[in-house]
Ligand binder design. Structure first.
Ligand code: GRG
Length: 299
């Protein structure tokens, strides 16, 4: 299919700005004397320029189902906080050892490893507290949405996937192991960005299953495109990782299928994502544009 020439024009910037305003102006980190530098490090990573794909997905899902996206802002912000924590920890010398993230020195380069570990830990804890404190909705649904989000970050989600990654899943040469690792490490949080909103607004049933199937395809698409950008991206993208030597040994969708094969796989995954949206109830145009953007993005 043909997409607009500039991928950035596809993106729901209004939702991105809404999330960013909430994160920068409406999210109170309790003032505890002496922790100012920790809060500074958390905000340094959280507010750095980023796409906000996950919280934007959450707001767009609420909007598609006829809700005011503002209703799910605390949950959406918590998702971005958890994502940011994972990036801070992923960049540490013990993991990927990266110097640059979101166009600026990584948290541990700017604040030291000790502060970066604590900044990640604290973003995670504050994300849970934010949902419990600020998210409006029937308590059972708020708790169920939070459970879905936290399970997506745990053993059967992001952290489990990261463990498979550091313990060599991507070096084994088995494409199935690679796919399982990515679906946990990257896919689970993207899936929860849609699924936890369905749960929160009480519209999680057979009729809205296509939303979940859409999110699963989108997570896969995100990872395939990330692998393509790793080899074909701009200078900033290519120069981003000090851990690139390690990455060269890893099997990716590009090493497994070749660049053209990976592009084909991305296009097919995108088509499947759109097919799910076509079956979904509600007004899904914004979600469709997000899928178009994820396919066409350059960064
Ligand atoms: C350390 C517990 C722990 C988990 C780390 C998500 C993750 C797990 C590591 C990130 C490694 C990585 C580069 C994965 C590729 C896909 C990905 C999640 C990219 C970063 O997310 P974007 O592109 O970045 O949404 P922004 O900065 O826009 O939020």
């Amino acid at each position: 299919m043909r997409l607009a020439a500039d991928p950035e024009t596809l993106y729901p910037v209004a939702l991105q700005r809404r999330v960013e305003r909430y994160l920068s102006e409406e999210l109170p980190f309790a003032a505890v004397a002496g922790t100012e530098r920790l809060v500074e490090a958390m905000r340094y990573s959280l507010l750095a320029p980023a796409k906000r794909v996950r919280p934007v997905l959450a707001l767009a899902t609420a909007g598609a189902l006829g809700h005011d996206p503002d209703e799910v802002l605390p949950l959406a912000a918590a998702i971005e906080m958890i994502h940011t924590y994972s990036l801070i920890h992923d960049d540490l010398p013990a993991m990927d050892d990266d110097d640059l993230r979101r166009g600026q020195p990584t948290c541990h380069v700017a604040y030291g490893e000790d502060v970066a570990i604590l900044a990640g830990d604290c973003l995670f804890a504050e994300a849970v507290a934010l949902v419990l404190r600020e998210q409006i909705g029937p308590p059972q649904r708020v708790l169920a949405a939070l459970r879905e989000l936290i399970e997506a970050t745990g053993l059967a989600g992001m952290v489990g996937g990261q463990f498979l990654d550091v313990s060599g899943a991507a070096e084994s040469g088995e494409i199935e192991r690679l796919a399982r690792m990515h679906s946990l490490k990257t896919g689970a949080l993207i899936a929860a960005s849609v699924g936890s909103v369905l749960t929160l607004v009480g519209q999680d049933g057979p009729a809205t299953m296509p939303y979940r199937a859409f999110a699963a395809e989108l997570g896969l698409l995100f990872q395939i495109v990330d692998d393509i950008l790793d080899v074909s991206g701009n200078e900033q993208q290519l120069g981003k990782r000090r851990g690139s030597d390690q990455r060269l040994r890893k099997i990716t969708y590009v090493t497994a299928h070749g660049l053209e094969g990976a592009r084909r796989l991305a296009a097919e995954t995108h088509e499947r994502a759109l097919a799910q949206l076509a079956r979904a109830p509600g007004e899904t145009a914004e979600l469709r544009r997000i899928a178009d953007y994820v396919l066409a993005r350059q960064r």
